[in-house]
Write a protein that binds this ligand. Structure first.
Ligand SMILES: Cc1ncc(COP(=O)(O)O)c(C=O)c1O
Length: 190
């Protein structure tokens, strides 16, 4: 979820008192109806490890991403990474750098945003038509929607029934305890 202004301020206050935030800026570039929320990293570089990848922008099989660590941990981090996996292929990183420099990544993003928005809108229309009591969350960004129902409903059975037709998961798969009331689905639109 996207933290609201108050929660972000609280989190930043906590980090300024010595906490370390790992900011997984996953899907941040896939937004449709709202301006970007600045990364915490841009405001607190020494308290935030920032991570993202090209999995949803280019292809997950590239296995390429990045981690920006506070400068005091940089050497240690580079050493730990080297010990963990002896490094990543350089050629694909150079190609990505070139795509970023040339503006191709931005172009790809504009193309994807249009396509994902179309798919998201189609999914919202279908939900409004076929599940009029459902509440949709998180539609402004990302490649998934979260759908909840006011009444108690066996969401695993509902997801099993729809799984054959799309990428739908019951929210109970993602919960540590069953919510007191209601049920929900997590559905991919892209
Ligand atoms: C919360 C979150 N962060 C990061 C990722 C990044 O995954 P990948 O290793 O494919 O870049 C995912 C993938 O689904 C995710 O759900």
């Amino acid at each position: 979820m996207v933290l609201d202004g108050q929660r972000r301020r609280e989190l930043m206050g906590w980090a300024s008192d010595g906490g370390m935030i790992i900011e997984d800026d996953y899907d941040a570039e896939h937004r449709y109806d709202r301006p970007p929320v600045p990364a915490l990293r841009s405001m607190l570089a020494e308290q935030v490890c920032y991570t993202a990848s090209v999995s949803k922008l280019l292809a997950p099989a590239l296995r390429m991403g990045w981690l920006l660590v506070p400068s005091r941990y940089q050497d240690e981090f580079v050493e730990a990474k080297r010990c963990a996996d002896l490094g990543n292929p350089v050629l694909s990183q150079l190609v990505l750098a070139q795509l970023m420099k040339s503006g191709e990544v931005e172009r790809q993003l504009r193309f994807l945003r249009k396509r994902h928005r179309r798919r998201r809108d189609a999914m919202m229309d279908a939900i409004r038509t076929h599940l009029p009591t459902a509440v949709v969350h998180g539609a402004a960004a990302g490649l998934h929607l979260m759908i909840t129902f006011e009444h108690d409903l066996p969401d695993d059975a509902l997801a099993a029934a729809t799984l054959a037709k799309g990428k739908v998961q019951p929210l109970c798969w993602h919960a540590t305890s069953r919510p007191a009331r209601g049920a929900g689905l997590h559905a991919a639109h892209a």
